[in-house]
Each structure stands twice: as C-alpha cells, then as structure tokens.
Write a protein of this length. Sequence first.
Length: 410
Amino acid sequence: MSEPIIFSHPFYAYCKEALEDIEKQGRYRRFTPLSRQSMHYPVYDRKINAKEETPIIAWSANDYLGMGIEPEVMNAAIMAIQKYGAGAGGTRNIAGTHPLHEALEAELADLHGKEAGLLFVSGYASNQASLQTILTSMSGNWMTFSDQQNHNSMIAGIKGAKNADCVVFKHNDLQDLEHKLANAPKNVAKLIAFESVYSMDGDIADIGAICALAHKYNALTYLDEVHAVGLYGKEGGGVSQRDGVANQVDIIEGTLAKGFGVHGGYVTAKREIIEYLRLAAAGFIFTTSLPPSVVAAALKSVRLVRQQNWRREKLFERIHTFQEKLRQANIPFIETKSQIVPVIIGEAELCKKISQRLLDEYKIYAPPINYPTVPKGTERLRLTPNPYHTDKMMDDMVDALKALLPKNEF
C-alpha cells in the first residue's frame, strides 16, 4: 500500500503565524463558557470543568432591559414553538412568509413612524445587505458619507458596493461632514450612514442636524439605531423618536437582540424602499428566515417595551446610580448620556489581565475590548448596568476595580 501524499497548503502556515502574532499582541480572544440563568439575571453560570459550575455576575451584556428573561416573552416563544415547530423551514420566498413575520414588520414600522419594515436574520445582516443593495443600485452612482466609528456591519455593506465611492467623516463632526458634502460631485447620489448611540464610547449623534445637512445637499439618510431601540423615546423608538426627528430619517435600521432581548435585525422606511430591498437584497432573499418562535418572542417584547416606559426609567436610574458610585470612588470612566459606561485601560495585555482577574477572583464577567473593536491604546472594559444590577452588585464591581486598576489611573 502506497504512502499517503502529504500536502501542506501555505494557508495553514499563514494561520499559524497570524495566531501567534495575535497572541503576542495580547489580542487572542478565548470564549468563556457561560449560561444565563433566566430566574436570576444578571447571574450566569460559568463552566469550570465537566462537573463544576460557579455563578458569576455579567456586566457587559447587550440585553439592556433584560427582556430576554421576561416571562411573557419566553412564554410567547414556547407557545409558538409548540404550535409551529422549531424552524422556519426555508426562506420566505421558498417556505412561505409567516403571519408573525408580517405582524412584527408592521409593529416595527409603526414604532419608527415608517410605512413598512423588513426582517433580517441579524442586525449585522440587515446593515450589510441593505447598504450593499442600495449602493449597487442606479449603476453604483453613489457616494457614501460614513461616520468614522460606524459598526463593521455598515462598513461591510458599504465596501461590498464596489462601484460606489465612500468618504469617511470625522466622528460626530458636523463641520467635517458638511465640508465633504459640499465638495462632493454634483452628479452622484449621496447617502449619509451613521449611528445614534455608538456602542464603544457611548456617545450620541445629533440626528436632527445630520438630517438638516442631508436635506441641504440632497442626501439619503441611513440611521443605525441598534443600541438605542427599546431604550430611548416614549415607546422605545430610539434616539430619533426621543428627539422628534424620526420622520426626517429615510431609513432606520435596528435590532431585536439588544433592547428587545431576542434575536434578528430589521430596516424600516417608505414602502418603495422596503419593497426594493425585499426583491433585491441577496442577504434577505437567500437566507432562511427567522423561526416563528423567535419572531413571536420579539413581537411580544416590542409590544411590552412600547407600552411600559417604567422599564426605561428603571434602566437609567441604575445607570446614573452606577456612574455616581464610580465618581465617588474616583474610578475614571468616559462620561456618557447613554447606557454604556466605558472604563479605559489603555493597553491590550493589561486589559485582558484585569478582565481575567475580575472573573477568577471576583466572579465578575467584563470581557476585554481590544483592537480591532477599538483603536489601539483605548482598550477598555465596556460596562452596561441594567435594571437587574443591584446596589450590592455595583458596590462589588467598584471595589474590584479599585483593587485591580493601576493606582496611577486614579
């Protein structure tokens, strides 16, 4: 019997060298096995070995309101899975569109004051597919003005439209945006892509001012509200609803996985835009649709959040309480008016070590946020207090940070 031919493709060596380099930089990300406990949120169980688990407190989850463990939301999913099964069975074109999909799209459109909505399998998919589809229309005769800190999903969608030009403007800098709009060619279609709440620094865009510039220079506006839906506005419609400018935004994109605590993404806009995306966006057409159980849970969550403003009030009371505890302890953090509380560490390896010690010694989970998620030198712990974080949990976090942060940071 002949010896097997051993062939080593160069990609194997490339991967090995790349992984070693990432390890040297302190950027190697390892998953932490955790399971959320629906009856004790924000308590999770950390798997130590095959037989042992220990409870920890999660401090960086994006289920900002805790809607993922709301009994009515969970029961909606259970009832739907018993009635309709575990999966969707295919794309909406192949397997049919479920009445729950249509009900949720109508609910989201109404939330944002738009004519129609379209569901995607994730917030990432909704940004990537929608932006790429828009920017490849009209023979790619587009120029995008993209905020410097836009999410990777938006960047992927913009870059995927290869014939369209992209101009990056300085983060939340209206003067720079206008300068670049004014100097753009007159014969191209313009689109401004930006977010309301930026997830790493927690700062908030001036949506009304950006829309005014869009009107002045005849640009389409595409607003990512993923870190704002559920949390801002009288019904959780986001910062655009809070500021009374949702009607000035052409396209509002959001997620069902953060403020609403379930899963999926969506866009809302005038009917002709949504219909065009439904018929042209490959990221919608060729992907199995969200299971009815997920859609039922999301629909229940959206309806509860719209009706119950006390959830938003409780969230921001907890945020303000935690920020004040940090101030009193002289722990430096980025002052924001959002739900995101970034504690800057400033060095990748140190950030990773502090995060690991929080987990091992204090039973606190706050993963390190390193490059490429944030620029080098701004590595951080991104903390997100929610309505279920008690004063005791906050005091424990403050005490742990006081013990672990370098003394020269105070």
